[in-house]
Design a protein around this ligand. Structure first.
Ligand code: GDG
Length: 465
């Protein structure tokens, strides 16, 4: 029998994306996941409105849509520059994705990050009742738990990191790294997508903080004991399967079928981000076309890459780099009636996306580093069971730990990518079905509800202080 949650759930994340109803619009994976969690519990979702004002007021904007209450607050322009564009996206994001070369260390960023976490704490505290479970999300808000405790909050506090946790030696290059990690000890439960990220965290805690490890993921530093768990996020599988056979999806699949003119469709869908390995993917595809002239004009590669974080310079650079690369490959190989890469810089609705996945013979999901990667799971969920496509998946995506039946590749190697594309295109239907079945079992079993329960069960099991 379904157990009804007794506590309310307060979700806190940088951005709040209320559900958009049937079809899902352009809601990202995390937003879909959290809306599903909030529909089951009562409670609310708190975060930044995405708007900036001249002076911070802490005024809340409360809304309710599709069973989810949201509370948002505006930030100041310099908060946006230092906290969001600065420490979150110029310091922590690149560092945690192993891109020390792109990581910027600036004192102003760090100050802004701390200030916004304090502002979030000041604003959200009055909304929290004593029995509420509080679940904080992602790298933007690591110090929030500490700030909430400093304001007297005794609630059960959880934190989930959606991106990788870097190896200790990398993390040590961050000024005040210990302070950041110590802040995690204000929570009761800390979750990571994979054992790999969890182990890196434990390595830091034991080797640099003298932490001792106990049963069930207990980690003690001084007088604080937390539970650190691995808890891989899933997708809203049931609704994605439905989306893939919806009217909108069928229309999109039909459009794709007409446009590929009998060719096999390769597809990539990624936020335009340097962690997603897009230049490397284009180079791998180019290598495939070079090595297999007989396959040219038999394939068509569609890369959907909606721009993101366009106010951060490295994101403009990756966009320019991809424009150049796709132009080069197309210039080299295109024919009158064939363009090798269709590279589209905009987003599509969820049903359209599901239809595109279903029409594809191969998905290229080849990030250089990714906490999980939901596109890989969505592609699996969208397939026709009788004639499924093949997933080519980077070994550096968290999803590779669960989707072991994908063709697992090293995304840095153009030869390996070219080889995997070829294997995927040649794969007999029985093998495609067998691989897909095993992946689909995982996507069904460990879906977003499973993920949420695994985390909130751990949080509920904590004895409130
Ligand atoms: C972070 C971590 C982790 C993309 N383009 C369109 C569109 N999308 C949707 C996809 C998917 C989501 O955005 C992207 O999720 P990912 O997991 O691939 O990546 P991040 O945005 O980097 O997310 C990641 C995730 O958090 C969850 O923990 O897996 O590792 O980096 O759902 O479908 N959706 C629509 N149109 C598009 O054009 N509708």
């Amino acid at each position: 029998m379904e157990r009804l949650p007794l506590s309310r759930l307060i979700i806190i994340s940088n951005r709040v994306q209320p559900p958009t109803g049937e079809g899902g619009g352009n809601q990202g994976g995390l937003a879909v996941a959290l809306s599903a969690a909030l529909r089951e519990y009562s409670g609310l979702w708190f975060g930044w409105s995405g708007e900036t004002v001249d002076a911070f007021t802490g005024q809340l904007n409360l809304q309710r849509a599709h069973g989810v209450t949201t509370a948002t607050v505006d930030l100041e322009e310099h908060d946006f520059d230092e906290y969001y564009n600065g420490y979150a996206n110029r310091t922590l994001w690149p560092l945690f994705h192993y891109r020390l070369d792109l990581t910027r260390f600036e004192r102003g960023f760090e100050g802004g990050y701390q200030r916004v976490n304090e502002r979030f704490a000041d604003t959200v505290v009055p909304l929290i009742e004593p029995d509420d479970l509080v679940w904080v999300h992602d790298y933007h808000l690591i110090p929030l738990g500490q700030e909430l405790r400093a304001r007297g909050l005794g609630n059960r506090l959880g934190f989930f990191l959606h991106i990788p946790w870097p190896p200790t030696q990398l993390l040590r290059s961050l000024p005040h790294h210990r302070q950041l990690v110590e802040a995690l000890f204000a929570y009761d439960v800390v979750g990571f997508h994979t054992e790999e990220w969890l182990e890196s965290f434990l390595h830091y805690a034991t080797s640099l903080m003298g932490a001792t490890l106990g049963e069930d993921g207990r980690v003690t530093v001084g007088d604080r004991t937390i539970r650190a768990i691995s808890c891989p996020i899933g997708i809203d599988t049931e609704s994605f399967v439905a989306a893939a056979t919806s009217e909108g999806a069928l229309r999109a699949a039909e459009r794709m079928r007409a446009s590929r003119a009998g060719r096999s469709l390769l597809v990539g869908v990624d936020r335009l981000d340097y962690s997603k390995g897009l230049p490397e993917r284009f180079l791998g595809y180019e290598r495939f076309l070079q090595q297999r002239p007989e396959c040219r004009a038999k394939v068509s590669f569609l890369q959907i890459a909606p721009p993101s974080r366009e106010t951060v310079d490295t994101y403009l650079e990756i966009r320019a780099q991809l424009d150049g690369l796709s132009g080069r490959v197309n210039g080299e190989f295109a024919e009158l009636d064939w363009v090798p890469i269709r590279y589209v810089n905009k987003g599509y609705g969820r049903e359209t996306l599901a239809g595109i996945y279903r029409a594809a013979r191969v998905a290229l999901v080849t990030p250089l580093r990714d906490g999980m990667n939901l596109v890989a799971k969505e592609f699996v969920a969208a397939q026709d069971p009788a004639d499924p496509g093949v997933l080519v998946l980077s070994r550096f995506a968290g999803a590779a730990h669960q989707l072991c039946d994908a063709l697992i590749v090293n995304p840095h190697s153009p030869d390996e990518l070219a080889e995997a594309i070829n294997t995927a295109l040649q794969m007999p239907r029985e093998e495609r079905i067998a691989r897909w079945r095993r992946m689909m079992d995982n996507v069904v079993e460990e879906d977003v509800l499973w993920w949420r329960r695994r985390f909130t069960d751990a949080l509920e099991a904590v004895t409130a202080a």
